[in-house]
Design a protein around this ligand. Structure first.
Ligand code: HEC
Length: 179
């Protein structure tokens, strides 16, 4: 291989690498590590895990679940302090608001979280999006990519696409408190 061909091959490799990085706005190593730090911060704040603080369960909307409870707080993750919104998604046989309030762990399907991480994604109000399983493990999309980070920036489905329609232009459906 002569020098010119070799450089061309290396150049193509770099380009492919850059494209792969920009094609994955979520679910990479950095995002999954950050999601783990966020889960730890939420555990310390008693917002997830055993004995977590609850709010009154209510009847939910697609796609989040039959019954939901939503709670806001503030946490510090790797040096960034910001507001966080946690939605617990409940479902399963016999699910009712009363049943969930009595035994939340029997019905908890997923925990979806928005953490306002300053500087992370100015195009989308700096929200860091995550979908956890009740254990704190990350939920994945059908391709096996963890749902953590800018989910799914530039795509026409996913957290960002749907939450862009929230009233108040802040990507939050429930209120317009955090701008
Ligand atoms: C198809 C639309 C849609 C998608 C996709 C979606 N959401 Fe939501 N989300 C909603 C709606 C509607 C609400 C308000 C539901 C309610 O409380 O009754 C909501 C509420 C929330 C809330 C509470 C704050 C708020 O906006 O009121 C959080 C947190 C949340 N979603 C996280 C996520 C995460 C994380 C993802 C992606 C893994 C996601 N959502 C995907 C529609 C969507």
């Amino acid at each position: 291989m002569n020098m010119k061909t070799m450089l061309g091959t290396i150049g193509a490799g770099l380009l492919l690498g850059a494209q792969a990085a920009s094609a994955a706005p979520f679910g990479g190593e950095e995002d999954t590590a950050y999601a783990a730090s966020l889960w730890n911060a939420l555990t310390e704040a008693n917002l997830v895990g055993e004995g977590r603080t609850m709010s009154a369960p209510y009847t939910g909307q697609h796609p989040h679940g039959a019954i939901l409870d939503t709670i806001d707080g503030e946490v510090t993750v790797e040096g960034t302090t910001g507001p966080v919104i946690i939605k617990r998604n409940y479902g399963g046989e016999g699910v009712t608001r009363q049943a969930v309030w009595n035994a939340p762990d029997d019905y908890l399907g997923a925990v979806t979280v928005m953490f306002k991480r300053e500087g992370y994604d100015p195009d989308n109000h700096d929200w860091f999006w995550v979908k956890y399983l009740p254990s704190g493990e990350l939920a994945t999309n059908p391709k096996g990519v963890p749902l953590a980070g800018r989910v799914a920036k530039g795509m026409d489905q996913g957290c960002i696409a749907c939450h862009s329609a929230a009233p108040g232009g802040d990507m939050v459906f429930g209120h317009d408190r955090i701008q």
